[in-house]
Design a protein. Structure first.
Length: 346
């Protein structure tokens, strides 16, 4: 009789249980103990694997979707990749409305994963018929047998992280976590994780990360939507020009805003100091850690967990491309990093 082969049924079995890695070099001048929850270890290389699998399996359980149906979603890239990956395994068609701000690398990846992709202009209002929100809604109405995930307004987005990310961090830190730092886009990651952690210990501080050009920080502070806060910015998957219902602002203690430039350089710094090749939003998260530290939010006993949402491979044409960085004005004569590091042997 053949011995049991140690193998997973599919890549979906690898979702979750991502590692916690201590940050030592990039935080060496900061007070506290810092740990990264590295979501790039998911098979789809981002935290969005969690919500894609959870929401789709809930739809299956409720009989909302069946094999051969079409799944539609709005995405800056990562959720789309995760949904496309789950759809392949489970036998669904996949259509994605993507922001034009998404890197070409992400869009190519989505097409490679079998998804039909609609690229929509990023710098239009949420209710503009060309926005990726409205395009997804229109496609859902037109296509029979389709399900619209709608991650920005789907409570299951929160539940996915409440049931996975939160318990994982609590168990990995043995309940010693004092601060969570997480970016907010749809808000599902920070809200679900925070909800679980605060149920275990109400004193855990939840520190959110927003982008300049987004409305989330001001809404958290005033509970009013201020359209004057909105202007174009470059970071993908962070901040919003609307208020997602998948964000529970009550469990977030405060926000800080980060710049495009500093976030890009901090992502590159993570690679060169910690060996972590992570995405633009991960750079934003660690940049926020630095800013919160400057505001004396942490002390020597703090146990700070920062969620790094995705992998650097999705930004090769952006933050890891010197030409793109120069075009954005992110390099000056001092910052240009090793411009002649590549030498060609003739």
């Amino acid at each position: 009789m053949r011995e049991e082969i140690q193998a997973y049924t599919s890549v979906l079995d690898l979702i979750g249980n991502t590692p916690l890695i201590e940050l030592k070099k990039i935080t060496k001048n900061l007070k506290g103990n810092f740990f990264a929850k590295v979501e790039a270890f998911n098979p789809g290389h981002s935290s969005k694997d969690r919500i894609a699998l959870y929401i789709i399996e809930e739809a299956e359980r409720k009989g909302i979707i069946k094999p051969g149906d079409t799944i539609i979603e709005t995405t800056s890239g990562n959720t789309g990749f995760s949904i496309a990956m789950v759809s392949i395994i489970k036998g669904y068609e996949c259509i994605l409305a993507v922001s034009s701000k998404s890197s070409p690398d992400k869009i190519d990846m989505l097409r490679t994963m079998g998804a039909k992709v609609y690229v929509c202009p990023a710098n239009v209002s949420a209710d503009d018929p060309r926005s990726y929100y409205e395009v997804a809604k229109r496609l859902h109405k037109e296509i029979k047998g389709s399900v619209y995930i709608n991650q920005y307004f789907n409570e299951l987005n929160i539940d996915a992280h409440y049931n996975s990310t939160g318990p994982e961090i609590w168990n990995q830190t043995k309940g010693q976590i004092t601060h969570l730092v997480a970016c907010s886009g749809t808000g599902g990651t920070i809200s679900g994780t925070a909800k679980y952690l605060k149920e275990q210990n109400p004193d855990v501080k939840i520190l959110g990360v927003d982008a300049f050009g987004s409305v989330l920080k001001s809404f958290h502070e005033t509970r009013e939507f201020d359209k004057d806060e909105i202007y174009p910015y470059r970071i993908e998957g962070l901040g919003k020009n609307l208020i997602p219902s998948a964000t529970d602002f009550d469990v977030i203690d405060e926000f800080t805003k980060v710049t495009d430039q500093e976030s890009a350089h901090t992502a590159r710094e993570l690679a060169k100091t910690e060996g972590l090749f992570v995405g633009y939003t991960s750079g934003a998260a660690v940049q926020a850690v630095k800013q919160f530290s400057e505001e004396n939010k942490f002390d020597e006993n703090s146990v700070v967990v920062v969620i790094l949402p995705d992998h650097g491979s999705r930004y090769m044409s952006k933050i890891y491309n010197d030409t793109w960085m120069e075009e954005q004005g992110f390099f000056d004569s001092v910052q240009l990093e090793n411009p002649k590091k590549i030498e060609y042997v003739k």
